[in-house]
Design a protein around this ligand. Sequence first.
Ligand code: M6R
Length: 607
Amino acid sequence: MCGIMGYVGTKPAAPRLLEGLSRLEYRGYDSAGIALAGEREVRVFRCAGKVAELADLVAARGMGTETAGIGHTRWATHGPVTEGNAHPHRAGHVTLVHNGIIENYAALEQEMAALGRKPLSQTDTEIAAMVLDAAYGGDPVTAIRRMMEKLEGSYAMAILFDDKPGTLYAVRRGSPLVVSGNEEGTWIASDITPLLAHVRRYFVPEEGQILIATATGTVLVDAAGSVAAPRWLPIDWDDASAQKDGYPHFMLKEIMEQPQALWKTLQPRLGEDGCVSFSGDGIPSAFFRKCRRVIITACGTAMHAGLLGKIAMERMARIPVTVEIASEFRYAGPILDADTLVIVISQSGETADSLAALRLAKEKGARTLSVVNCKGSSIARESQYVLYTHAGPEIAVASTKAFSVQILALYMIADQLALGRGDYGPAQRLAWAQSLRRAEALAARTLRLAPQIKEAARELKDAENLFYIGRGMDSAMASEGSLKLKEISYIHSEAYPAGELKHGAISLVTFRVPVVAIATQESVRVKMLSNIREVRARGARVLLITREGWQPEEGLCCQVMSLPAEEDILAPFSVAVALQLLAYYTAVERGLPVDQPRNLAKSVTVE
Ligand code: M6R
């Protein structure tokens, strides 16, 4: 979603802003712009298009010598994708970029109209700029505070004032923003990816704090007007981990990284006795004690990981677990208390819906634990405890390695929840930890099937509609496989629990609708085979994803992909890789922009 960049320092700002924006491209965007603060004027460059086009525009007009500026990649929310709606927006003395949504912009627009101010764009952002300019009397901090009192919604903003050319201001509420600095100056960005090449530490301004940045450093002013100390966080990702490293796409690189990501996530949680332990994460075992039920809430792929976590937790801990889509959870009037554990799963840690669900859970007194990949993100900071996954940066919009490590994290949590059960003793714990150690090898062995999966993708590439079906854990995997295919190949697909198909949707199955049937679960194998026969009888071409050694009868399936899997509960670590590769190669066959699919954003920071 929208990306924000800011730089103030001793070097020319334009190339640094453009380089930073190109590192933020992965978040998903449709237009871009920068503003450069000079002594006499603020130069604004904008275009509806890619950062490369913006760079050409700036180069044509002159990169300039300005040493302060702000930049933006826009993911349209208010008004179409046009140059006029691209950020930065100017109003009077003010130039700003914004990520988020100003919910009361219509009322504020009327207020501004009463002052004789009319916007040029259709954006909520320009209204915020007008509100800020109307409040400006020479003191930026006072004006920003007044603006914040008026704005409703979520925002991160980087701001320039015409008469303060060497100073950059920033503020956030409900949207991400990180800050860092080195001898070259101060950097502001929506996330740490543009900072990786420059610095090894950063901080996140608290909501409501105002950041004042100059070439020599930063000052944070809190709501009461006092200077606040930043809480610095180390950066433990390196710049190389956010590069393609010879792969044609980030998505393929990230799929290939899954074995290491699984090991890096598991290894620090294996105690001296070989069992799962969260002591290094500072999560006491007592936190899980007397927990009567669990609610897992998340969005998209992270929510699918939650479906698998539910099965593992209910099996192992025998406590009820529900999985709620975060954007629905908040409005469903959930019943929460201190004996309810709410687990929020998020790769980015900034998904607005998931963050809102977390805040509600806290407000209602539930225990909260987050499973997050991005260190220091809002969800990680605001939950009671955080269990970090160690997938490293995930740049492709389609989530892959983050999904596998989320499943692993939830499986580890299942162990901690099961501790309350009398019959879950050291032997069972050790056996479980040994099972988890096998996840890495299962993912690695499945990666070796890439050439075969590529062939299967050729069969799918011209389909207009298809079904993914499965039972039990495979039903959750069907949902994830279908989502992956939809988002990057633009082929319509539906995921169905295989037994449910005959209750309606089977009417859509014809020889033109291929079916990806996932059958890795021993416990439902026979039933699953019956469901496959049902779709085959209606002419569907079936791609069967199953376990090594399971061979269906002749003629039932057009293609069979046999994956390594030793027990039902571990199958998702193989199936995830296979389904990701299937979606990836299908999108490549169709010649689509795999890493940045249309309309999508990596980090969805609006509700
Ligand atoms: O950063 P999060 O894990 O909170 O993101 C949640 C979803 O937006 C995300 O998983 C999305 O569904 C992916 N693009 C799917 O590949």
